[in-house]
Design a protein around this ligand. Sequence first.
Ligand SMILES: Cc1ncc(COP(=O)(O)O)c(C=O)c1O
Length: 434
Amino acid sequence: MTQSTQDFLTRRANAVPTGVFNATSIVAEKAEGAIITDIEGREYIDFAGGIGVVNIGHNNPRVVAAIKEQADKLLHSCFHIAMYEQYVALAEKLSRIAPGDFPKKAALFNSGAEAVENAVKIARHATGKQGVVTFENAFHGRTLLTMSLTSKVKPYKFGFGPYAPEIYRIPHAYCYRCPLGREYPSCDVGCADLLNKMFINIATSEHIACLIVEPIAGEGGFITPPKEYYAKLKATCEEHGIVFIADEVQTGFGRTGRMLAMEHWGVVPDLTVMAKSMGGGMPISAVAGKAELMDSPQVGGLGGTYGGNPVCSAASLAAIQTIEEENLLETGRKLGETLRARFEDMRERYPIIGDVRGKGPMLALELVKSRETKEPAPEKTKALVAFCLEKGLILLSCGNYGNVIRTLMPLVITEEQLEKALSIMEEGFAAISE
Ligand SMILES: Cc1ncc(COP(=O)(O)O)c(C=O)c1O
């Protein structure tokens, strides 16, 4: 039995490999809403939300009740052996949530990476093509294919090659650091034409099965493209028979104030990948989209022992019902407005904040040494995260340079908790700006 955090950290160091990262040395005992309590009774306001998993709050009572009820009836039969209600009910629900007024279907998996892998399998099978277009700043997971799709080399890819073949990377619409050195809107969103350029110089469109993109690139720094960007990319994909896949693993289920973030751009993906907050804290993921694509792979080509496990499916149904019945999208929009106003205000006062971006409550602050040079400030970012943790606020950084602070707090955070967290951030910015 663990006595103290120190004892635990020793056991952890002896039993668990170094490669499994820990953003903090918090040892959690319990959690509720936006608060994590550690084994020594210290409380933390959680702006990480289990990396975007608990949009509806830690240990949401509806999800906990659904898990308990389902656990009493059926833990596992394997959907491939004996089917059950929860899998099909969730597939129906996700097919309604996925954008598009065409027939849709959904298949269930366990993790974000596993769902991304399956979306690519489906696209390849349906098109008979192999190439996959991905982006600079992309993050899609840690399996061989998803690591290969991911952009940042250290720590995600370093030493793990050879990578999966047939992956083609183009720049994303990172306006703060425009890949073309232009300014929005006079740029005419020229970065969206880089896909066409790729067809000439790198791989022809006849070779490309799919393009996979996070509406807001999460780990890559909350890169938030201008409103015209995805429509342009989608039009190019349609023209060339390329499946457009939205990876909504981090952006989905209320994170941006919408059920799915691609709604902000008014673009309908062919396939949508979902995970994280879809399960309300349980490991479950999905690919949902055009039935004609989803039905392409042969019988037995999709699935897995645990995909759409009954308990996880019941939790997911309860999580989605909570978002819908408790108006959490509206709550998220209001939270987003408050956060943006506060962050813009901080930017006026602290020159280290170079950019504020995102949608709804999925917001980021990019920290720079100088607003003129935009040189990234990863050391100051680390110092801010450490300062806030010390004061009881869990903050997460991201970005290819590790200089972006992102907000993934539960949408149900109380006004008082939010105020406390923001004042800790203020103190932190003042301290690192000295
Ligand atoms: C956009 C995106 N895709 C895929 C993944 C991988 O999900 P998982 O860690 O559940 O495999 C993540 C995880 O952070 C993600 O943010």
